[in-house]
Design a protein around this ligand. Structure first.
Ligand code: PLP
Length: 451
């Protein structure tokens, strides 16, 4: 148990650090776990307690916490050239090489990359690009952005407006013109007697209806995660992206894949779009892009958007947007190494090899009388807790069942994340079979402690 005494790390954390995304009553009761270091998929707190991190930090530390290749790449670049931006006619060699690499591994033959510090900023940048393009092309009314309920796209004011979470109302968001369609979760949203194919077709019709209602000429883009991540790990129903893309194509609306979680291996392919067999018009990337070793995001534009944006920018001489650390050379050097490790050093293969074990571990836990659904794609998964399995009735929110399971796991030395009524798992790609078994054993124990 965390030491709460005055001047303990917990008390010091509470005194001067403001928590985001943290259940404050739980923190007051349990204290803050203050971490000092990591080893492979394990992290250690100030009291020396060891935890297996089944969350890869926040979906990002895919290569674990002390990968020598990544720390060496960072050190070498810090020694050589510790920082610069990608503006005013200057950019570093690392940035040039990373953009080449990103286009090479993207589903696009050609294209262009713009760098940010986070996934949220990458989504904001994408929306500003679409707005800039609309005005330059004489269509200033083309501003609306379509996303889905429970989709997660970030926390800055625009990316939070894209995010389909009810808590955004606490900020008076979303802004006008951000429209959220039905969450593509067949288990929860499918109607009685409806097949998965009928559900997909209903969602495509809904999209068509929304486009007709709003006017296709007012819509700038549709942004979707291939698998919804922070909304509770929700893989789409069969045929979803094909059905959606057909509707969008009819109305000339670009489809943007937010690959912040799915990108670079999480679903068993480099891109989630590959896993679901579609080619988007642009990709939003972050997290595994640097394996979590540097804060970095990227907007990867396919050929059509890249060419049009180039023309639009030349009309007014520049695209007036960017961040101080856009294209930071240390981030780029780390990203080049991270991509190399994932693609050429066996991490993508490891995802594919580990996936059957992950799926069978989830399926076994789904036998529990209070686990209503186990869902996953590649190495991202969720277990949905329910009060009543046959009716799928959820537990009352104030019972915090998922929070209690996650807390029991923390006590047992396992980090996993409560998300709504679900427990989310997103193990690092370097996990061994034995560590995965340890993860499921600890979860099993926690379920026994809570129910
Ligand atoms: N998009 C997706 C799909 C995400 O999962 C996240 C973060 O979890 C973001 C965007 C926002 O990224 P960041 O937290 O780096 O701003």
């Amino acid at each position: 148990m965390t030491d709460h005494t005055p001047n303990s790390w917990d008390a010091r954390a509470d005194a001067h650090s403001f928590y985001g995304f943290t259940d404050l009553p739980t923190i007051h009761e349990r204290g803050t776990v203050v971490l000092t270091h990591g080893d492979g998929p394990y992290i250690f707190d100030v009291e020396g307690k060891k935890y297996l991190d089944a969350n890869s930090g926040l979906w990002n530390m895919v290569a674990g916490f002390n990968h020598p290749g990544l720390t060496e790449a960072a050190k070498a670049q810090y020694d050589k050239f510790p920082g610069y931006h990608a503006f005013f006619g200057r950019m570093t060699d690392q940035t040039v090489m990373l953009s080449e690499k990103l286009i090479e591994v993207s589903p696009f033959q050609t294209g262009k990359v713009f760098y940010t510090n986070s996934g949220s900023e990458a989504n904001d940048t994408l929306v500003k690009m679409l707005w800039f393009l609309a005005r330059a092309e004489g269509k200033p009314e083309r501003r609306k952005i379509l996303t889905r309920m429970n989709g997660y796209h970030g926390v800055t004011a625009v990316s939070a407006s894209m995010t389909g979470k009810p808590y955004n109302a606490l900020f008076g968001l979303p802004f006008d013109g951000f429209i959220h369609l039905t969450c593509p979760h067949f288990w929860r949203e499918g109607m009685a007697g409806e097949s998965e194919a009928q559900f997909t077709s209903r969602l495509a019709h809904e999209l068509e209806d929304v486009i007709r209602r709003e006017g296709a000429e007012t819509i700038a883009g549709f942004v979707a995660e291939p698998v919804i991540g922070a909304g509770g790990v929700i893989p789409p129903p069969a045929g979803y992206f094909q059905a959606i893309q057909a509707v969008l194509a009819k109305h000339n609306i670009p489809l943007i894949a937010d690959e912040v979680i799915c990108g670079f291996g999480r679903t068993g392919n480099v891109w989630g779009a590959q896993t679901y067999d579609f080619v988007p018009d642009a990709i939003i990337s972050s997290k595994a892009l640097t394996a979590g070793y540097f804060p970095m995001g990227a907007v990867i534009l396919g050929p059509d958007l890249a060419d049009r944006l180039q023309v639009a920018s030349e009309m007014v001489e520049e695209f007036p947007h960017g961040f101080t650390a856009s294209g930071h050379p240390v981030g780029c050097a780390i990203a080049l190494k991270s991509i190399d490790i994932i693609l050429n050093d066996g991490l993508l293969d490891a995802v594919r090899d580990l996936t059957p074990r992950f799926e069978s571990g989830l399926a076994e836990l789904a036998q529990h009388p209070h686990i209503g659904e186990a869902r996953s794609k590649g190495l991202m998964g969720a277990l949905e807790a329910v009060a009543d399995k046959p009716t799928k009735a959820p537990f009352a929110a104030d019972l915090s069942v998922s929070e209690r399971i996650a807390n029991a796991c923390t006590d047992n030395g396992l980090i996993c994340r409560p998300l709504g009524q679900a427990i989310v798992l997103c193990p690092p790609f370097i996990m061994t079979d034995a560590q995965m078994d340890e993860m499921f054993d600890k979860l099993h124990t926690a379920l026994g402690q809570v129910f």
